[in-house]
Design a protein around this ligand. Structure first.
Ligand SMILES: Cc1cc2nc3c(=O)[nH]c(=O)nc-3n(C[C@H](O)[C@H](O)[C@H](O)COP(=O)(O)O)c2cc1C
Length: 177
């Protein structure tokens, strides 16, 4: 592992932040909240890790990296998305299609980890969006998929799939193992 590493993250309810702190502990790298850092600072590093929560398949705050990709393309870039989905091949394809257009996926290494969902703590807008989704699922004629069933369960009680061991593949990749 060589060069300076920056980890930039954006987390709305804390799951991505938890992963970011664990990664920072393992790599002993500099860590920044997305809204408290600018691109000039990020460009001082050789390796950049961007971590963001998933909202309607979009990676929160990733625009900062995307719009500066030409300046970053000389560097090693790692992208981590955190969401509730199971992380199936189809899920990953959807996330990549939504966030990594125009060959962007070839310029970085992508990782996905499961976060959590606590319906009761959601802010008004997010709660409304999730209520609409629940109604849609409740009225669905076809049988629910595993993921949809899992999601409905999140309305009943909080779910947290975060675990420090989940970061191992990402850490090993960065350390070049
Ligand atoms: C309104 C809303 C939309 C979401 N959309 C997705 C999604 O498209 N895919 C997914 O896997 N997770 C989705 N999630 C789940 C979040 O990504 C998950 O709660 C994650 O842990 C959030 O990370 P954060 O707490 O760091 O912001 C959504 C959550 C909310 C509240």
């Amino acid at each position: 592992m060589s060069g300076k590493i920056a980890l930039v993250y954006k987390s709305k309810y804390g799951s991505t932040k938890k992963y970011a702190k664990w990664i920072q502990e393992e790599l002993d790298c500099d860590i920044y909240e997305r809204d408290k850092v600018n691109i000039k600072k990020i460009l001082e590093y050789d390796t950049i890790i961007y971590a963001g929560g998933l909202y309607a398949s979009g990676i929160k705050g990733f625009k900062l990296i995307k719009k500066n990709i030409d300046k970053i393309s000389e560097k090693r870039l790692i992208l981590l998305a955190v969401g509730y989905c199971l992380g199936s091949e189809r899920d990953i394809d959807t996330i990549k299609e939504r966030n990594l257009q125009d060959g962007l996926d070839k310029k970085l290494e992508f990782f996905y980890l499961r976060g959590g969902l606590n319906f009761n703590e959601l802010k008004f807008f997010d709660k409304t969006a999730m209520k609409m989704l629940r109604n849609k699922l409740a009225n669905k004629k076809e049988p629910l998929t595993e993921e949809e069933t899992l999601l409905l369960g999140c309305y009943e009680k909080p779910h947290d799939w975060t675990s420090k061991k989940n970061i191992i593949p990402l850490i090993e990749y960065i350390k070049g193992k």
